[in-house]
Design a protein around this ligand. Structure first.
Ligand code: FES
Ligand code: FES
Length: 152
């Protein structure tokens, strides 16, 4: 077991984890942050996207020990029910979700994109989100939501 100390959504957490423990399972199973979901477990779908030091990463491709000493932000850390983050608000208003399974990852990837590029073109949005799959194929409204969040 390896001792780690990670800041998650602004709170410090110390834990003993197995070296092979993936970050996504540390978040879900040890911290109970089940808003970060597992769609594929093979780094294809982006449903598990979180921010590490502000950069979007697929948390099924990162070991918990690699996040040691870093700041992780999950969907639970950006807004609350009734007080949405502007990106969540835009997804809500533009109907950027259907079943919602991909949504946490889409929102976190969008936050990362807009931090780097506050007014992306449609092509840049589609390129930035190409690692995030939506099985409901709601891409048109997802792009509209990102454009709306950028304009907010
Ligand atoms: S669960 Fe991580 S990319 Fe699909
Ligand atoms: S809204 Fe269903 S997977 Fe995207």
């Amino acid at each position: 077991m390896t001792q780690i100390a990670i800041s998650v959504n602004g709170e410090s957490h110390s834990a003993e984890v197995e070296p092979r423990q993936l970050l996504v399972y540390y978040l879900r199973e040890q911290l109970g942050l089940i808003g970060t979901v597992v769609g594929c477990d093979t780094s294809s779908c982006g449903a598990c996207t979180v921010l590490v030091d502000g950069e979007s990463v697929k948390s099924c491709t990162v070991l918990a020990v690699q996040a040691d000493g870093h700041e992780v932000t999950t969907i639970e850390g950006i807004g609350t029910n009734g007080d949405f983050h502007p990106v969540q608000q835009a997804f809500h208003e533009q109907h950027g979700l259907q079943c919602g399974f991909c949504t946490p990852g889409m929102v976190m990837a969008t936050i990362s994109l807009l931090a780097e590029n506050p007014s992306p073109s449609e092509q840049q949005i589609r390129h930035a989100l190409e690692g995030n799959l939506c099985r409901c194929t709601g891409y048109q409204n997802i792009v509209k939501a990102v454009q709306s969040a950028a304009a907010a």
